[in-house]
Ligand binder design. Structure first.
Ligand code: KIV
Length: 274
């Protein structure tokens, strides 16, 4: 049996699979995906979760921020991924202000799931999004809450900066984590926070946590695909290790990422913040 046939034989990954991986202390992997061809490649390389991120605004559409990405564009790319996906869990981003009001978020999340085929929606924000997360959760929509650096708030945050470095903002992010989990969030994504803070959050919550520039203690790690292949234009953040360097194909680079996360070698201290 070749590698592709072996992948197809593996059981599909659900939220329960990720929860039990967390309970067994088994690391899980996540990369962004925006189209069918990369979806097949990422699944064959063993990626557990495909994130249809609104980072597509920057890496696919060439925009400066994620803010102009529309719900229609997110549905389009989520459907491209879902059509090709055989076993990975698919998370789709709620784009900027598509979740401004709870009922609006419910309608739009339903479209990402119904038309796009997403299994989970990702929402940026903490306590301020708790009512929205509660409504979605009560209506059977799984939510991943994105905390720390919030790309949709880039202007409010005055740029893409590490969050939670002082005592007050660290406390705020810890409180946000507790609020979204008690509102029903099934997963957290922590972006660009000091390692010590990420460790406290991982220890405090009972849901799986995906890190990006956060801590090796997170159950899973995510990177933007084009960043980890070293093909995004401009300066890369320190957590975006180029896995294509030293590998002779994209599939080998992704397998290297999978192996590095599963074995606990990635992220290393040079990819993290104090
Ligand atoms: O949109 C995205 O790709 C993301 C990652 C930065 C985690 O949210």
């Amino acid at each position: 049996m070749n590698m592709q046939q072996q992948q197809a034989q593996l059981p599909t990954i659900s939220l329960a699979t990720i929860r039990s991986m967390k309970d067994r202390d088994e690391k899980f992997t996540c990369l962004t995906a925006y189209d069918a061809s990369f979806t097949v490649l990422l699944e064959n390389a063993g990626i557990d979760i495909l994130l249809v991120g609104d980072s597509l605004g920057m890496v696919i559409q060439g925009r400066d921020t994620t803010l102009p990405v529309t719900l229609e564009e997110m549905i389009y790319h989520t459907a491209c991924v879902s059509r090709a996906r055989k076993r990975a869990l698919v998370i789709a981003d709620m784009p900027f202000m598509s979740d401004a009001e709870p009922t609006q978020a419910l309608t739009n999340a339903a479209r990402l799931m119904g038309e796009g085929g997403a299994h989970i929606v990702k929402i940026e924000g903490g306590l301020v999004m708790a009512d929205t997360i509660r409504l979605l959760s009560e209506r059977g929509i799984p939510v991943c809450a994105h905390l720390g650096l919030l790309p949709q708030s880039v202007h409010k945050m005055s740029g893409y900066r590490v969050q939670g470095r002082d005592e007050q903002s660290a406390r705020q992010i810890l409180d946000d984590a507790a609020s979204v989990v008690s509102a029903g969030a099934d997963m957290l994504l922590l972006e660009c926070v000091p390692t010590g803070l990420a460790d406290q959050i991982v220890a405090a919550v009972d849901v799986p946590v995906i890190g990006i520039g956060a801590s090796a203690s997170c159950g899973g790690q995510v990177l933007v695909l084009y960043d980890m292949l070293g093909i995004s234009p401009g300066k890369r953040a320190k957590f975006s290790k180029n896995f294509l360097a030293g590998n002779d194909s994209i599939e080998a680079a992704v397998k290297d990422f999978v192996q590095a996360v599963k074995s606990g070698q990635f992220p290393a201290p040079e990819h993290l913040y104090d």
